[in-house]
Design a protein around this ligand. Structure first.
Ligand code: CP3
Length: 342
C-alpha cells in the first residue's frame, strides 16, 4: 500500500490525515539533546551521517509520524557555496556577508557543493535504509529568497531589512545572488532525491515580507524554476512549498509554481485556507506551535478544528511553523493521539 503522505500528495482525501511536524527532531526532545551533546555543536551534528540519521529517527520511534525530514539546515547550501557559517550559542546563525557583485562571483561553482554536502547525502542513504516501510522520507532546502536574506545580512533578522535594501539599491547583484542560489538548490535537492528522498520541501520562511511584484519575482519565480527543473529530472517527484506568511499569496501558489502541496502557517485560519487554498490541491498545516507548549483541552480542540476544516480535501497535518525548544513531548503525544483516535 502506498504511503499515506504520498497518497495525500497525489490528491487523495484520507479519513485521517497523515502527520509530521516541522523541526520534529529538536531540542524539546531529551534524546535529541543527548545526541547533540555527544556530537558537539549543531553543525557537527548535521555533518555526522550516523548521528544526523539517529536524531531524524528519534521522533519517528517516539510518535510514529508518517514522515521523517532529513536532519540538516537550510544554511548548509550557502556554506557549500563558500560562505562562512557558524552558530552563536543561544543566538542563531552567523554568516560572512555577501552584498557585492564581486562577492557573488567569488562563490564556488554549483558543481563544487557536493564536496561539502556529501555527508548530507549519506544521511539520506542511511535513512532510506532504516526508516519503517510506511514512513516517507522528506528532503529539503531553503527557498532562494530566504537563504539570500541570511547571506546578505550575515544573520537572521526580523524584517529582512538588509536584503530588501540590497534589492532596491543594487538589483543586479541581488538578482545574481538569487540566481546562483536557485541553480545550486536544484542540484542539491536532486542529489537528495538520488540518495533516496521521496519528497522535497522548499522552506521560504521569509516569503511574507515580499510584496506585490517582488513576491512574484523572488518567491514564485525561483520556486517555479526549481520545481520544474526537479520534475524534469525526477518525473513524479512530489514537492511541498512553504511560502510562510504569504497570506493572499497562498492562493494559486501551487498552480503558479507546480508544487503538489502548499504548507500553511498559522497566521491564517484553517477555514480560510480550506476555502481558498485547498481547492488547488493538497495543503499541509497549520496548528499553532504554541499548543505544543501549553497543551490541555485547547490543544485537543485546536487539533480537531484543523482536521475538521481540511477534511473535505487532501491534507497533511502539521504545525504552522517549527516546534519550539520549550514544547513538552507529552503535548506532542496528545496531538498525535487526538488526530489518530478522533
Ligand atoms: O524540521 C526538521 O526537523 C528538519 C531539520 C531542520 C532544521 N532547520 C534543524 C535545526 C530544518 C528543516 C531547518 C530549516 C531552517 N533552518 C529554516 C527554515 C524553517 C524555519 O524554521 O523557518 C531556517 C530559517 C533555518 C535557519 C536556522 N537554523 C536558524 C534561524 C536557527 C536558529 C534558531 C534555533 O531554532 O535555534 C537554526 C538552528 C537549527 N536548525 C536547529 C535545528 C534543530 C537548532 C539547533 C540546535 O540544536 O541548537
Amino acid at each position: 500500500m502506498t504511503k499515506l503522505i504520498l497518497r495525500a500528495l497525489a490528491g487523495e482525501t484520507l479519513a485521517t490525515p497523515p502527520i509530521w511536524m516541522m523541526r520534529q527532531a529538536g531540542r524539546y526532545l531529551p534524546e535529541y539533546r543527548a545526541t547533540r551533546a555527544h556530537a558537539g555543536d549543531f553543525l557537527s551534528l548535521c555533518y555526522n551521517p550516523e548521528l544526523a540519521a539517529e536524531v531524524t529517527l528519534q521522533p519517528i520511534r517516539r510518535y510514529g509520524f508518517d514522515a521523517a525530514i532529513l536532519f540538516a539546515d537550510i544554511l548548509l547550501l550557502p556554506q557549500a557555496l563558500g560562505a562562512e557559517l557558524w552558530f552563536e550559542t543561544g543566538e542563531g546563525p552567523r554568516l560572512s556577508t555577501i552584498t557585492t557583485m564581486a562577492g557573488v562571483q567569488a562563490l564556488k561553482p554549483k558543481d563544487a557543493i557536493h564536496e561539502t554536502l556529501a555527508p548530507i547525502y549519506e544521511t539520506v542513504r542511511i535513512l532510506a535504509r532504516e526508516l519503517p516501510r510506511e514512513t516517507t522520507l522528506i528532503g529539503f532546502a531553503g527557498a532562494p529568497w530566504t537563504v539570500a536574506t541570511y547571506v546578505i545580512a550575515g544573520r537572521g533578522s526580523k524584517d529582512q531589512g538588509a536584503a530588501h535594501a540590497l534589492k532596491s539599491a543594487d538589483r543586479a547583484t541581488f538578482s545574481a545572488l538569487i540566481e546562483v542560489i536557485t541553480e545550486a538548490t536544484i542540484d542539491y535537492l536532486s542529489a537528495q532525491v538520488q540518495a533516496g528522498a521521496e519528497v522535497v520541501k522548499l522552506f521560504d520562511s521569509w516569503a511574507g515580507s515580499l510584496k506585490g511584484q517582488d513576491f512574484q519575482d523572488f518567491a514564485v519565480k525561483p520556486a517555479a524554476r526549481i520545481i520544474s527543473a526537479l520534475k524534469a529530472k525526477h518525473p513524479g517527484l512530489p514537492v511541498i512549498a512553504f511560502p510562510r506568511e504569504a497570506g493572499a499569496g497562498y492562493i494559486g501558489f501551487a498552480q503558479a509554481t507546480g508544487a503538489d502541496c502548499v504548507a500553511i502557517d498559522n497566521s491564517v485560519s484553517p477555514e480560510w485556507a480550506a476555502e481558498h487554498v485547498q481547492p488547488g490541491g493538497c495543503v499541509q498545516g497549520n496548528l499553532s506551535p504554541t499548543h505544543m507548549v501549553t497543551g490541555g483541552q485547547d490543544l485537543v480542540d485546536a487539533t480537531r478544528r484543523v482536521v475538521d476544516a481540511f477534511k473535505g480535501g487532501p491534507h497533511i497535518f502539521n504545525l504552522g511553523h517549527g516546534i519550539t525548544p520549550d514544547a513538552s513531548p507529552d503535548n506532542v503525544a496528545l496531538m498525535v493521539e487526538t488526530l489518530r483516535r478522533g
